[in-house]
Design a protein around this ligand. Structure first.
Ligand code: MG
Length: 222
C-alpha cells in the first residue's frame, strides 16, 4: 500500500464522477434513461435505442461531444437536462466520500475539482448533492472546450489555476486520464478503482498508483 503524505501537496485535484459522486447515476443515465428518451422521440423500441446510444458512445468515447449534453440533445432532439432533473434522486455521494472531503478541505492544500462532466449536468448534480462546498474551484471540460484526455488540457489548467504540478496530487477513475496527467508533469496521480457504490465496476490494479476510493487517501495518510 502506498503511503500518501498529503501535507506535502499544495494542490489536491479531484475528478468528480466515480471519485466523489457515485458513478451509478451516470451509468443508469446513459444505459437506461437516455435510450428511453431516444426511443420515445424516434418512435423506436427501447432495445434499438440502447444500441443507437451505445454505438454513438463508442464512436465519440473520450472526445468533447461525448461529454457534451447539448450534442446529444441536438442530435436526437431531446431534453436531457430535464431528464436528469426528473431522476436527480439517483445522484449520490460515493460511500465515505463526504466524510473524506470534510477532512481534505481542512488541509492547507487547495482543493480543485477537474471534471469532464458537462457544466449543465454538473449544475443538476450540485443542486442535488452538496459537494461543491468542499472545493475552492472547479472546472468543467465543456466550459474549457478541452477534455482531460487531451495533452493540451493540463498546461492550460496549470496556468488558469496557478497550479504547480510538482506539488499536486490528482485522483481520477479513468486510467487514460491518469496517464495523460502524469505525462504533463503531475507528481502524483492515483487511479480510483471503485467508482460505483454497488461494486458494478471495479478496475484492475496494475502498474499505476491506485486507491479503491477517495476515503483511502486518508487511511493511508494516518
Ligand atoms: Mg470519473
Amino acid at each position: 500500500m502506498h503511503i500518501v503524505n498529503l501535507d506535502k501537496y499544495e494542490f489536491i485535484l479531484l475528478d468528480i464522477d466515480g471519485v466523489i459522486l457515485d458513478q451509478c447515476f451516470d451509468n443508469i443515465f446513459w444505459s437506461k434513461l437516455v435510450p428511453r428518451e431516444v426511443a420515445i422521440k424516434c418512435g423506436i423500441s427501447l432495445d434499438k435505442a440502447k444500441i443507437k446510444v451505445q454505438e454513438m458512445g463508442e464512436e465519440l468515447s473520450g472526445t468533447l461531444p461525448w461529454y457534451e449534453i447539448s450534442y446529444w440533445e441536438e442530435f436526437f432532439g431531446i431534453d436531457l437536462i430535464a431528464c436528469a432533473r426528473r431522476n436527480s434522486s439517483l445522484i449520490n455521494f460515493l460511500p465515505n466520500a463526504e466524510f473524506a472531503l470534510k477532512k481534505i478541505s481542512k488541509l492547507k492544500a487547495e482543493v480543485i475539482y477537474l471534471t469532464n462532466c458537462d457544466a449543465r449536468l454538473l449544475q443538476v448534480k450540485s443542486e442535488s448533492v452538496p459537494f461543491l462546498k468542499y472545493c475552492s474551484s472547479f472546472q468543467s471540460s465543456t466550459d474549457l472546450r478541452l477534455v482531460k484526455e487531451d495533452d493540451s488540457y493540463w498546461p492550460l489548467i496549470y496556468k488558469k489555476f496557478k497550479i504547480n504540478p510538482s506539488k499536486s496530487i490528482f485522483l481520477d477513475d479513468n486510467k487514460k486520464i491518469i496517464n495523460t496527467a502524469k505525462s504533463s508533469g503531475l507528481s502524483a496521480a492515483y487511479h480510483v478503482l471503485e467508482p460505483t457504490s454497488d461494486g458494478s465496476v471495479i478496475y484492475r490494479r496494475d502498474n499505476v498508483n491506485s486507491l479503491c476510493r477517495l476515503s483511502d487517501l486518508l487511511k493511508t495518510n494516518s
